[in-house]
Design a binder for this molecule. Sequence first.
Ligand code: GDP
Ligand code: CA
Length: 346
Amino acid sequence: MKITVLAGGVGGAKFLRGLREHLRETLPDGVGGTTAEVTAVVNTGDDLWLTGLRVCPDLDSIMYTLGGANDETRGWGRLGESERVSAELTAYGVGWPWFTLGDLDLGTHITRSHLLREGLTLSEATAQLTARWNLGVRLLPMSDQPVETHVVVADETGDGAGAGTRDGTGTRTMHFEEWWVHYRASLPALRFEQHGIESAVAAPGVLEAITGADVVLVAPSNPVVSIDTILAVPGIRAALQATQAPVVGVSPIISGAAVRGMAHACLSAIGVETAADAVALHYGARRSGGVLDAWLVDDTDAALAAGVEAAGVSVTATPLWMNSVAHTAAIAATALAAARALPPRG
Ligand code: GDP
Ligand code: CA
């Protein structure tokens, strides 16, 4: 069975780990413990150059989580991390002091930057980085071309440091990570811009992974800056609309809240309510030009199913808290069951 998952960082990583667990239990004995082939198409809109290094936050979150090397307590980065190099960079006055790159994590960024400078594409560099870890999931960046999400905010926000680039129109623009990590998404976003998206091409294997899949899953990831960014890469939305595989999404919103984090600040910027039904309607039903056939909502959101069903997306309500690998495996099992329950596409 070939399963392709669209994924952002932490939410995508947790979901993929649960999916792998479910597949190891039900289809055991292959590479990575399962005979299923799982491909993750990963958002690279958060990527950036920092102190001369290419940092890919979402690819790395997934690699560390599936590799069993992530810091569960902190929720990001490497387990047993130290920050001696970052302290030196801060002493030299380079980098972002609020965007700490741990020493072990820097090993990844140095390796990736080395490979890119040797002329490898991001997909090739990712394949080489992930070969070290027995992930059981193939990680594909959405594109080999750099696409960087920037956030446009009003210029009169009273921030003394006044970060960002101004163009004289009363707004300033900053890299998504600066808005997210430094400002904790507290500056109201006017809009998101994906620099480089027009000339981006889906990375090798991405479109084939979607059109050739048995099932496509949309992970419970940030709808705006993870999933929409992937969908904005030319060709990816069309591949989702064309594939014979059922497309099943998992809501990243439970009871009107972005479970962990600040996704509401992204949703409000694009005028979408922070609600499980609103996100499904934003993705849209495949039969009317959107990308979903089925949608999983949390039990507490079961009452929202009717509106989504009316739009042509079949809804299953099930507990959606990814608070253990076993619970997340059950979510993945429900998503695959929802795919099987759909009428064949014709
Ligand atoms: P990021 O790139 O690290 O921000 O991670 P993603 O884009 O993959 O996912 C972040 C989103 O995952 C959050 O905004 C939440 O909405 C969602 N999320 C996090 N934990 C859970 C959970 O336990 N259950 C569900 N359903 N969604 C979650
Ligand atoms: Ca991210």
